[in-house]
Design a protein around this ligand. Structure first.
Ligand code: PLP
Length: 509
């Protein structure tokens, strides 16, 4: 399996890359060369070597340079300070004699790892002391790699090899698009490829200039919110719904109007009853988050009619449309819109991997310039290297074959999880086998509390998010949201057995 799995032997390379080993390998990146060294003062009566000594000592005592840092070579520091090299050598010798630095033959002079406590500037250390950590988060972290966290993906060996090759090619020599600023809406070649993909796969009605490259869904919904809404505006959100959309809107000062979801999707009539003057609706019509229901055609038409009649906006989050396992996909909501009311949002952070941070939005023509301007003010432009690689990945046909292969793999993983739970916790859970997406919902038998199972699972090395957390005002269902996309079937089998045991224990049996 891939190098990006994070739990197989090979996969842990990925975790290490961003982690401790990297820090250990690069514990001397030469920061002391960048320290704010000041030229010596030739009017000062103190000898130059003593001035150098005082300056280096002050850097150490204030912890500007920490233990283990390599000091600049005497030649480099002499030239920086405008003194003869002998002055620096004399200063280093005095620091050595007093224990501030150590010398390693052939590799240089280093700040001592252990300085006597009594010479450290305690006041400075106290001033820099970190604030106590915020209250411990009471829900699983999105960064948790243990089964069955949500939103994680796999890359199979073929895609990983292709990715590496394209990265090497793109990085070989930065071109003009890397060494200067580029179009804030993204590379034309990438926008063109996305446009053709969306037209073919999602029946989105668009032209390349309507596509704006973002860092992902979160970024796109933020752009739409800043441009279209003002603090205090009422907005419809799905109930239950995606917590990060809800929290982003709350942080932007919007008035949240939760609208219940049933087996046909958002209950537009309920929204009309409670808040028909809302300015926008944030929805996941092709695969409702978290329940997985598809918004029916009747509801889509009702929603579009509401937006048209009330001059409201619809933000369509099409986050996992690539992974469809059976049945025909319903085309995008945007494709039905002939009133320029729908902002379509898509992401590569699910179709490829979340660490990528690349997605896109399709702006209705009247909003296109304002969205690009907002994107530019927030973050100038998308990263050029990643854009080049993803554009090649798409244009050379690797994306479509990646999706085809991952559909098969994810379907097998979904089945391994659903079968495992049915076999070992049958009667206690009602497992929904979704046609699409990257997680399933396991409903819990009456009397079993999802928050209790979530807690017990966490203690048992598993991540089982409580469904009830995703509700705002609707009556919460008790269930578990279990991600299957990030874990190969051979990991899912035993983990499902462990989870079933935890559920049985929570049920008191
Ligand atoms: C409903 C929903 N939308 C979008 C995303 C993807 O977000 P992003 O592209 O910001 O990583 C997720 C990821 O978990 C999601 O659950």
């Amino acid at each position: 399996l891939s190098t990006l799995t994070g739990h197989s032997g090979k996969g842990s390379q990925h975790a290490r890359r961003g982690g401790r080993a990297a820090a250990a390998r690069h514990d001397n990146p030469g920061w002391a060369n960048l320290y704010d060294w000041r030229p010596v003062d030739r009017r000062d009566a103190a000898p130059l070597s003593h001035q150098v000594y005082l300056q280096v000592r002050a850097a150490i005592l204030s912890r500007g340079l920490t233990g283990g840092s390599r000091l600049p070579s005497s030649r480099v520091l002499a030239s920086t300070l405008g003194v003869a090299r002998m002055s620096v050598v004399a200063a280093y010798e005095q620091l050595l004699a007093e224990g501030y630095v150590t010398a390693r033959t052939g590799s240089g002079t280093f700040v001592s790892a252990e300085l006597p406590e009594d010479i450290i500037d305690r006041g400075a250390a106290r001033r820099r002391r970190r604030p106590a950590p915020a209250a411990v988060p009471d829900q699983p972290s999105y960064a948790d790699a243990r089964p069955f966290n949500m939103g994680r993906t796999l890359l199979d060996g073929r895609s990983a090899a292709t990715w590496r090759r394209l990265m090497r090619q793109a990085a070989r020599w930065p071109g003009p698009q890397d060494t200067g600023y580029s179009d804030a809406s993204g590379f034309p070649i990438l926008r063109d490829a996305i446009c053709r993909y969306l037209q073919a796969a999602r029946a989105v009605r668009c032209e390349p200039d309507q596509i704006i490259i973002t860092a992902g869904t979160q970024h796109a919904t933020d752009i739409a919110t800043r441009v279209l809404l003002r603090p205090g505006d009422p907005v419809w959100i799905e109930d239950p719904g995606y917590p990060l959309t809800r929290d982003m809107l709350a942080a932007a000062g919007m008035r949240l109007c939760p609208v219940a979801v049933d087996e046909h999707g958002l209950q537009v009539a309920a929204g009309l009853r409670t808040a028909h003057r809302a300015r926008a609706a944030f929805v996941t019509p092709s695969h409702q988050y978290p329940l997985g229901v598809v918004m029916s055609m009747a509801r889509r038409l009702e929603l579009l009619a509401w937006a048209r009649d009330h001059d409201a906006w619809i933000i369509e989050d099409d986050f996992a449309s690539e992974f469809r396992y059976s049945g025909r996909p319903l085309a995008s909501l945007q494709g039905l819109d002939d009133g320029d009311r729908v902002v379509y949002v898509g992401t590569f952070n699910k179709a490829l991997f979340p660490g990528l941070r690349l997605g896109y939005m399709v702006a209705p023509w009247p909003l296109q310039r304002a969205f690009v301007a907002a994107r530019c003010l927030m973050d100038r432009q998308p990263p050029s290297l990643i854009q080049s690689v993803v554009a090649e990945f798409l244009c050379q046909g690797h994306f479509s074959s990646h999706i085809r292969r991952m559909r098969q793999q994810y379907r097998a993983q979904r089945d391994a999880l659903a079968d495992g739970l049915a076999r070992h916790a049958g009667g206690l859970v009602g497992v929904d086998r979704p046609d699409q997406g990257m997680h399933l919902v396991a409903g819990l038998r009456a009397g079993i509390r999802d928050l209790a199972v979530e807690r017990a699972a966490g203690a048992g090395g598993l991540v089982a998010r409580a469904l009830s957390r995703t509700y705002v005002t609707a009556r919460p269902q008790q269930g578990l949201m279990l991600g299957f996309s990030g874990y190969p079937a051979h990991v899912i089998g035993p983990a499902a057995m462990r989870l079933a045991k935890i559920i049985r224990a929570s049920a008191g049996g």
